[in-house]
Design a protein around this ligand. Structure first.
Ligand code: C5P
Length: 398
């Protein structure tokens, strides 16, 4: 997918540098050539030998290296790549970039280049949240530098929060998108995901058991094929993928509005588990027991059907509208009927009866129902279901 592309990979000095070895492997697998540059600090975390062996090219570290300068000067080095990737982008490297400093090979290349730059920040969460880093981030964004991550999670320093470098596959996806490569380059795909929360009062709500795992995997797979993805998510338990535009909502009505605001799109995948009903008489203050044992009576109103609304749009309908059907019995019959009822092009149907472990689990067994008929896919990890679906979407939009 990246055949003929050259990435100048600047490796900063942080513990996340170990993940860059995997990134180099994946870039090579995708057909890209990798020119590695390491800061002095990076060599404290991974050895230049490992980097060179995986990249299949020598590692450059020094600004004033007579041998390197004779082969290819640092100015030329900064220009030969299709994309410059900085991973991990430490707080220090980001500060140097924002200020335009050039006191080592990495920062000099970044200042001398006219090539697009993508950074994958990684640092302690306090450093990430520091106002100084905030100013640097804003400056870099204004300078046209693209960013992937960081993600929130457990950190090597023992703290928890934003600052973990994006995973290699997310960085690969962001590289693919930045290069305009991949079969979905230039396409906008909308994905809904997660449950919705429907308030009963300001502190209580009705929800469902959707984790958002399948929708998240689909958004990541579409991104990896080069799509620009808008990810409209309810309060899911898995974090959203990097390298996509995330729109967070709580209720079905908020999700419907966010979907309309995100259109037009070439394709739309409705993986969210939207509540069919909301509480019509939700209280605007916390409900209290009256001391007499009377239980409150909730009244329900039907939520908008987001999938059916988009599938039946007269003007501006995405070319491909895909719905999900989570069924506990007679999956094929229900899914086929649902495809007709909703007016969508495809239904991805799955059996979520308790014994399957699919809802909230790692795997999925789906049946794809299209105008041509039904296809049973084997039970696969959710990431593989997502990759297959994304590839089918790319074929359909080609
Ligand atoms: O009707 P049912 O909820 O089974 O349909 C499931 C499909 O419809 C899913 O793709 C889901 O995201 C979508 N849906 C929706 N808005 C609703 C209810 C379901 O988009 N209010």
């Amino acid at each position: 997918m990246l055949a003929g592309k050259r990435i100048l990979l600047i490796i900063g000095g942080g513990i996340a540098a170990y993940k860059v070895l995997e990134l180099i492997r994946r870039l090579r697998d995708a057909g890209a050539a990798v020119t590695p540059v390491m800061t002095r600090a990076a060599a404290e975390f991974v050895t230049p030998l490992s980097v060179a062996a995986l990249a299949g090219e020598k590692v450059r570290t020094e600004l004033f290296d007579l041998g390197d300068e004779a082969e290819m000067g640092h100015i030329q080095l900064s220009r030969v790549a299709d994309l410059i990737v900085v991973a991990p982008a430490t707080a220090d490297l980001m500060a140097k970039m924002a200020q335009g400093r050039a006191d080592d090979l990495a920062s000099t290349l970044l200042l001398a280049t006219d090539t697009r730059v993508l950074i994958a920040p990684a640092m302690n969460l306090r450093m990430w949240e520091h106002p100084a880093t905030g100013r640097n981030r804003a400056q870099l964004a204004a300078d046209g530098v693209a960013t992937v991550g960081p993600n929130a999670g457990a950190m090597a320093c023992g703290e928890f929060g934003p600052g973990r470098m994006a995973e290699p596959e997310e960085i690969l996806g962001a590289i693919t998108a930045a290069l305009g490569a991949g079969p979905l380059a230039g396409r906008h795909v909308l994905v809904t995901s997660g449950p919705t929360h429907e308030p009963i009062d300001p502190v209580r709500y009705i929800a469902n058991r959707s984790s958002g795992a399948q929708g998240t995997a689909i958004a990541a797979a579409l991104r990896d094929l080069g799509a620009s993805v808008t990810f409209v998510t309810g309060p899911a338990s898995v974090p959203p993928p990097g390298g996509v535009t995330v729109v967070r909502v709580e209720t079905a009505r908020e999700m419907a509005a966010a979907v309309q605001a995100a259109l037009p799109a070439d394709a739309a995948v409705f993986a969210a588990a939207v509540a069919d009903w909301r509480v019509a008489n939700a209280a605007d203050r916390k409900m209290k027991k009256d001391g007499k044992g009377t239980a409150p009576a909730l009244e329900f109103a039907e939520n908008p059907d987001i999938l059916a609304t988009v599938a039946r749009m007269d003007a501006g309908r995405p070319r491909l509208v895909i719905g999900f059907a989570a069924e506990t019995d007679d999956v094929l019959a229900h899914a086929t009927a649902k495809r007709a009822r909703k007016g969508c092009d495809w239904i991805v149907a799955n059996d979520v009866s308790p014994g399957t472990g699919i809802m909230g689990g790692q795997e999925n067994a789906v049946t794809l129902v299209t105008a041509e008929g039904a296809e049973d896919w084997p039970r696969l990890p959710k990431a593989e279901v997502a990759a297959r679906l994304a590839a089918r979407i790319a074929d359909a939009l080609a």
